[in-house]
Design a protein around this ligand. Structure first.
Ligand SMILES: NC(=O)c1ccc[n+]([C@@H]2O[C@H](COP(=O)([O-])OP(=O)(O)OC[C@H]3O[C@@H](n4cnc5c(N)ncnc54)[C@H](OP(=O)(O)O)[C@@H]3O)[C@@H](O)[C@H]2O)c1
Length: 298
């Protein structure tokens, strides 16, 4: 693995598509910075950009893609259906395509298993849930506007519910979930493996003001390898077989986060990180009208 070129590596999906192992995250990337960040990333060699209708930045992400001059077909674009749009899948995808300025996205995710009432964000729709949304999303690939469909923030319990529904004909290609050493979710990862659903790791650095950057185990390990804590975190995610989508709007960090070729973490180093005892979650479900997480890793 020492010579592995992670920046050129892709993971196969159950649709036979190949998702690039490293992408640029864009949550909380502000207007006037995300356009430049996307361009910087693409010029550095990134070929995977993660956005969402809910981030309110698809327009600028699309502009950054155009600014880069990298051909559309070389880039993997993921975007997501927002919770208050569950009954309006058709409108949701059309809105995203228009904002991004593209004819298709490579991956369209249901952002959360929460069908929120658009007139009152504190309420769940009384006559609709994520299984109804998925039934609508399944129709999209036939139109060519969406190459692959998947989910995000799905725990085992909700995946079971989705897969058991008689209308579910397409197994999600991806489940995008929070994964970092303080939220490793081994049970969920094992379940996804069994179902042939690829996991993408979000908040893979621990998100804004990450406490992981001060972690002594990680600091020591990074220093011993001449790498940054962030690079070690990304390598840990990659070697676990998950794609990683670190967010940054800082050019030097965008570039450094892509320096993951030609080195590796040994089994012992992976185990040291696996053994870190602290637990925290960046994205909870307290703000949603419905519970979607059911205890650690379930
Ligand atoms: N599906 C979902 O529900 C969901 C939820 C959360 C996130 N996501 C996706 O996953 C992506 C990543 O997660 P995230 O945004 O929560 O956080 P993250 O990528 O774990 O961390 C981002 C934070 O780390 C900083 N950072 C990045 N590289 C760094 C480096 N080399 N050195 C020091 N600091 C560095 C960034 O600062 P600067 O930007 O200031 O450089 C930012 O504050 C999101 O952007 C989004 O695309 C999806």
């Amino acid at each position: 693995m020492a010579s592995k070129q992670w920046t050129k590596t892709t993971f196969p999906l159950n649709t036979d598509a190949q998702i690039p192992a490293i992408g640029l995250g864009t949550w909380q990337s502000q207007p006037n910075e995300v356009r430049e960040a996307v361009k910087t990333a693409l010029l550095k060699g990134y070929r995977h950009i993660d956005t969402a209708l809910a981030y309110g930045n698809e327009n600028e992400v699309g502009q950054g893609i155009k600014d880069s001059g990298v051909p559309r077909e070389e880039i993997w674009i993921t975007t997501k259906l927002d919770n208050p749009w569950h009954k309006r899948v058709e409108e949701g995808i059309e809105s995203s395509l228009k904002s991004l300025g593209v004819d298709y996205v490579d991956l369209y995710l249901m952002h959360w298993p929460s069908s929120t009432d658009p007139t009152d964000l504190k309420k769940h729709l009384p006559d609709w849930d994520f299984r109804d949304t998925w039934a609508e999303m399944q129709k999209l690939p036939a139109s060519g506007r969406v190459k692959n469909i998947g989910v995000s923030n799905f725990a085992i319990k909700n995946l079971e519910k989705l897969l058991a529904d008689e209308r579910t004909k397409t197994v999600p290609a991806v489940n995008q979930i929070e994964l970092h050493p303080n939220c490793p979710s081994p049970k969920l990862l094992q379940y996804l493996k069994e179902k042939n659903i690829h996991a993408t790791a979000y908040s893979c650095l621990g998100s804004t003001d990450s406490p992981l950057y001060q972690n002594e185990t990680l600091k020591k390990l990074a220093a011993s390898k001449g790498k940054t804590v962030q690079q070690v975190l990304l390598m840990w995610g990659l070697q676990r077989g998950t794609s990683v989508i670190p967010k940054s709007v800082t050019a030097s960090r965008i570039e450094a986060n892509f320096e993951v070729d030609g080195w590796e973490l040994t089994d012992d180093e992976m185990k040291q990180i696996d053994a870190m005892p602290e637990r925290f979650k960046v994205c909870g479900d307290g703000w949603l009208p419905v519970k979607v997480f059911f205890g650690d890793d379930e």
